[in-house]
Design a binder for this molecule. Sequence first.
Ligand code: CTP
Length: 393
Amino acid sequence: MSKHILLGVSGGIAAYKSCELVRLLVKAGHDVSVVMTAAATEFVSPTTFQALSGHPVLLDTHDGVQGNGMAHINLTRAADVMLIAPATANTLAKLAYGFADNLLTNLAAARACPLAVAPAMNVQMWANPANQRNITQLQQDGVAVLGPGYGAQACGEVGAGRMLEAADLADLVPDLWTPKRLAGKRVLITAGATFEAIDPVRGITNISSGRMGLALARACRAAGARVNLIYGQVQASIPPHLAHVEQAESAEAMYAAVHRLVADQDVFIAVAAVADYKVHNVSEHKIKKEDSASVPVIELVENPDILASVTALPKPPFCVGFAAESHDVLAYARVKRVKKKVPLLVANSVAQAMGKPTNQVVLITADAEIVLPELSKDETAMAIVAQLADMLG
Ligand code: CTP
């Protein structure tokens, strides 16, 4: 869904990352307007932001671009959200106290849309009690504070204060306009392909990219849930700001991780493509051609069914399952929903879903079958979350 984002850039070296952020937001289909403080223009030229956003960059309250001379009002009325990235300690202090001494702070004060800030400063400046007071004040005022990240800083020191990476900020921005339909819910998700070792270098896996599970983690987080993600092999980045993230390669490791966490979860969504069988005769050493007189035989034994084991618990969370089928998708999926005792099952065809950027699914419940069109995996995940929220009431 395309939105109008007002990006405020204040004067910090992280302003260079905001160029990439604009590019990512525009690529995601959003309309981005950039407002810079005078200090920000010392780090990045307004021309760079103009080229990336496709709009003139606004610099101060007396900028003549706005016909009625009220840029500070007009710009936020058109915006769905305002994000300040980087937000320096100085700009955060002004925001906390309601100062309005440049176009950016005027806009923040006069806004009629949600405000988010991405702090960027030295580790000591971040820890400074005055700054911490300002951050607490802003949070109490309903401002979303994104980050900061932890790591090496431009000044050479290491610690908290780095601005989040552009990709992480672009991932988090849609949370700002997403209704919090899962607020307060704890959601456990499995994602990706499991890997069953044959020997130290070889194994059995499958073509799942993990994108559907990661999209669901992102959609649940955006809807206000506390997300715990357990993933196998994935070919996409793990969404930022999840409550707990853990890799579990084999089906057995994933089973153990799920059962360690599941007791206090409200929802369990099993998206992982879990191997039904593991290798019984795993070789401690790499299998060598010259060591075997004939072709080696791999003996398989059945893995535990993670989803079925969770629905069999005395007090299971609300469970959502997936069915990946190569043929007769609906017929198999209907049976799977009943057999695995899940109130909501997402049916998809292997050819349309696995390893692909889009998906076409059918949501199957006890009394309805909702056919969704072909959508991106993020859009499909949002539709699943909407259905989940309806069912949770
Ligand atoms: N699942 C699981 N543990 C397993 C196998 C599957 O938790 N050992 C979960 C999947 O995450 C998915 C659902 O069960 O939510 C169905 O998975 P799918 O691979 O479609 O079906 P299977 O149960 O493996 O059955 P089959 O391979 O016979 O289709």
